[in-house]
Design a protein around this ligand. Structure first.
Ligand code: TXA
Ligand code: MG
Length: 346
């Protein structure tokens, strides 16, 4: 199978989106853009179709999917007993890079929720995604577009090789605006708890409902025996095949010294560095991930950079970290996982 493809920036065909939406309704898989990362979408109300996503990605069936909706009338078809706090969050952050875990209705197939009695719901803020869902007329189940374990797909060039033979349609909208997956939140005892950090920060959530917790599993390695609130944290994600280490210091001179020390131990290494530091390292290779004080730029670059590192054929990848504040929390969460929690702070 080879997918039907459109570059929407060059050829903004509404008919193609309509056709792809109807195809989803009828059992096809579609790679489509959102403002966070690309998704692989299927009919979210059809058990058989949802299972095709797991097969295409090689995803563990115990890891549930997000249902993507276009408007609030769709929310009522899949979720129930929505609390006041949940409503406030929905009003504040839909549409946007925000996913909320709600009690599910029986219309939602078990394949979507991995048998849980909750469902993850998101309303993407991307024109194509919205029109696609409207034309499908049902919520679209979609994980990030990547083979399981790999960095999430944020542009079609990165995704094509992996998935072109596994899907029916691909809609190319250029690089995603945000580049990191949505913030996943579950309200527990009235308090929003961040299960996966993202573009919507803890500070922004606190500003809306006065309170926020961060699930401690965000920072630690979980295995199949760990009891978790979000199954996704248990699976290997984002990690290149090359060994990686994440290094952070609030003091830039210490950071540079530490990284150069690591390079002295493993000379055949690659450094993933912020723009300001690219000339400071004695390593064979350096990749720039963006300006240190521009976390939006780093977010945009993170997954495409992680996808590049294996091609350098080095013994070690040393990645410069950022402060875990605001959007920095989400960036560090992805980098920690990419490095399989191999972390040095100095
Ligand atoms: O930005 C995004 O969220 C992208 C775009 C395509 O929307 N999607 C995405 O999906 O990142 P995925 O499948 O790669 O990540 C969904 C995360 C997983 O960690 C999963 O375990 C968690 O959400 N999740 C889904 N349903 C859940 C539930 N009912 N309870 C707890 N966690 C859930
Ligand atoms: Mg994913």
């Amino acid at each position: 199978m080879s997918a039907k493809y459109i570059n929407f920036k060059e050829n903004p065909s509404e008919d193609f989106i309509k056709e792809a939406g109807i195809a989803i309704k009828n059992g096809n898989l579609v790679i489509f853009p959102t403002e966070t990362v690309y998704g692989i979408g299927a009919n979210g109300l059809n058990e058989t179709d949802v299972k095709k996503i797991f097969k295409a990605k090689g995803r563990n069936q115990n890891n549930p999917l997000i249902l993507h909706i276009a408007d609030l009338s769709m929310l009522d078809t899949i979720a129930k007993d929505i609390s006041v706090v949940e409503k406030k969050l929905i009003n504040a952050f839909f549409p946007g890079p925000f996913t909320i875990i709600l009690n599910k209705k029986s219309t939602v197939p078990n394949a979507v929720t991995a048998g849980l009695d909750t469902v993850a719901v998101r309303m993407p803020n991307n024109y194509i995604a919205k029109q696609l869902i409207l034309s499908a007329g049902i919520p679209i189940a979609a994980p990030s577009a990547n083979v399981s374990g790999k960095p999430s797909g944020t542009n079609i060039e990165d995704i094509k090789n992996e998935l072109i033979d596994k899907v029916d349609y691909i809609i190319d909208d250029g690089p995603c605006n945000i580049g990191l997956e949505s913030t996943v939140v579950r309200v527990i005892n009235g308090i929003p708890t961040i299960l996966r950090p993202g573009k919507i920060t803890a500070e922004e959530i606190r500003a809306v409902v006065g309170n926020v917790n961060i699930d401690s599993n965000i920072f630690k390695k979980c295995d199949s025996a760990t009891k978790v609130l979000s199954p996704g944290v248990k699976y290997k994600h984002y990690a290149p095949s090359t060994k990686c280490v994440l290094v952070y210091s609030p003091n830039n001179d210490c950071l540079i010294d530490k990284i150069n020390e690591l390079i002295a131990q493993t000379p055949n290494s690659l450094v993933v560095s912020c723009l300001e530091n690219v000339d400071c390292f004695h390593s064979k290779y350096v990749l720039n991930i963006g300006q240190a004080d521009n976390l939006e730029e780093i977010s945009k670059n993170i997954f495409s950079t992680l996808r590049k590192v294996d091609s350098f054929n080095v013994d070690l990848v040393i990645i410069q970290g950022v402060a875990q504040e605001g959007l920095g929390l989400a960036i560090m969460n992805r980098l920690l996982r990419a490095c399989e929690y191999n972390y040095i702070e100095c």
